[in-house]
Design a protein around this ligand. Structure first.
Ligand code: PMV
Length: 354
């Protein structure tokens, strides 16, 4: 009886979209109705750590999330596992006397243990970090030769936004044209050093799980919202170009304006869904007012805000000084023991690969 275990651990931060993805044109392959752009966060605060292991003694594929076993039978996990296995290569570990041939991978089982250092499914893109990390770690374990963009097309099949977490810095998910999704993948627009003045502050309004999952929310929006059609066809293509330019030029005024407008339009599209979807709450709206008022009282904007499928605010301050002033303002309106906020998370954007 052989007894060995090979193991790989990877760490992947989450990403927050500044031009949002909302709506799929193909639900199984997870193909979006528009391009999107995101910023990858600091791995110290919002990241997933995943250890994948393989051993001939494992009887089946199994996974634990935050210490609790979860089922791998869902289509999304199966797609990621299948796609990575199909690309697996020979692996040799002479110290352990292990030799795995390409063909062996279809017979071997994996165990996966994943931890999020932030609330799962509370609109902080936990599935983005989770699937990106899973695909990256499995790719390393199975000696997959694909580059990050090609891996991103696999992570996309786990969770759309996951494809953008394979890179640090600013990342674009190109929607692609192919029916099989082969060209729907992420590319890096600028690395984490390009605009390192920015400071991200997350106001965790609620760490509870969201009521409408992004999957069912998107489905309802695609089926019922006319505003979404207009957004995807007429608005986002131009906005993507403007955002790319703002990032290239480190133009915070444009960056902030585009980020806030796009977040608000995403939530407007949710409201335009039948029945309407409310992800933000009163506290989220108050944070928007605080940021808007502050930006308008200064010569140029100091902060950008964006909200995903939940009430939590992601605030991007133009530099450290602005971040300090922002935190002072937030603490004034929401003191540490305030009922309206659960906590603050403060970090920079960057990415540790593995
Ligand atoms: O990838 P999903 O299914 O978790 O959807 C993410 C949707 C948003 O976070 C709201 C927007 C985005 O582009 O990340």
């Amino acid at each position: 009886q052989q007894s060995w275990v090979l193991m790989v651990t990877a760490q992947t931060p989450t990403n927050i979209a500044v031009i949002k993805y909302w709506g799929k044109r193909d639900e199984t392959l997870i193909l979006p109705v528009n391009d999107s752009i995101s910023v990858t966060l600091d791995p110290n605060h919002l990241c997933t750590t995943t250890t994948v292991s393989v051993s001939p003694s494992f009887q089946q594929d199994r996974m634990w999330l935050n210490g609790k076993e979860i089922s791998l039978s869902g289509g999304r996990f199966q797609s990621c596992l299948r796609e990575i296995r199909a690309r697996a290569c020979d692996v040799e570990d002479s110290k352990k006397g292990v030799k795995i041939s390409k063909e062996d991978w279809s017979k071997l089982h994996v165990h996966i243990a994943s931890y999020n250092n932030f609330p799962t499914a509370a609109g902080l893109a936990s599935s983005a970090a989770g699937f990106a990390c899973l695909v990256y770690a499995l790719g390393k374990l199975m000696n997959v030769k694909e580059d990050e963009s090609q891996l991103s097309a696999i992570a996309r099949q786990g969770s759309g936004s996951a494809c953008r977490s394979l890179f640090g810095g600013f990342v674009k998910w190109i929607m692609g044209k192919e029916e099989n999704g082969s060209d729907s993948l992420a590319v890096q627009l600028a690395d984490e050093k390009h605009w390192d003045d920015l400071v991200i502050v997350i106001a965790v309004v609620s760490s509870r799980q969201k009521e409408t999952s992004s999957t069912s929310g998107m489905r309802e929006t695609v089926e019922t919202s006319l505003l979404l059609q207009h957004r995807a066809k007429e608005i986002v293509p131009k906005r993507i170009l403007q955002m790319e330019e703002a990032i290239r030029n480190r133009d915070f005024a444009s960056f902030s304006q585009l980020t806030c407008t796009d977040s608000n339009q995403f939530h407007a599209v949710c409201l335009d869904t039948s029945p309407p979807i409310f992800y933000m709450n009163d506290t989220s709206h108050r944070i928007i007012s605080i940021a808007e008022k502050w930006n308008r009282s200064e010569e140029s904007p100091q902060v950008a805000y964006t909200f995903d499928a939940g009430p939590n605010a992601v605030l991007i301050a133009r530099n450290r000084k602005a971040a300090t002033l922002l935190i002072q303002r937030l603490l004034y309106y929401f003191p540490p023991n305030s009922d309206d906020l659960d906590s603050y998370i403060i970090g920079d954007k960057s990415l540790a690969k593995d």
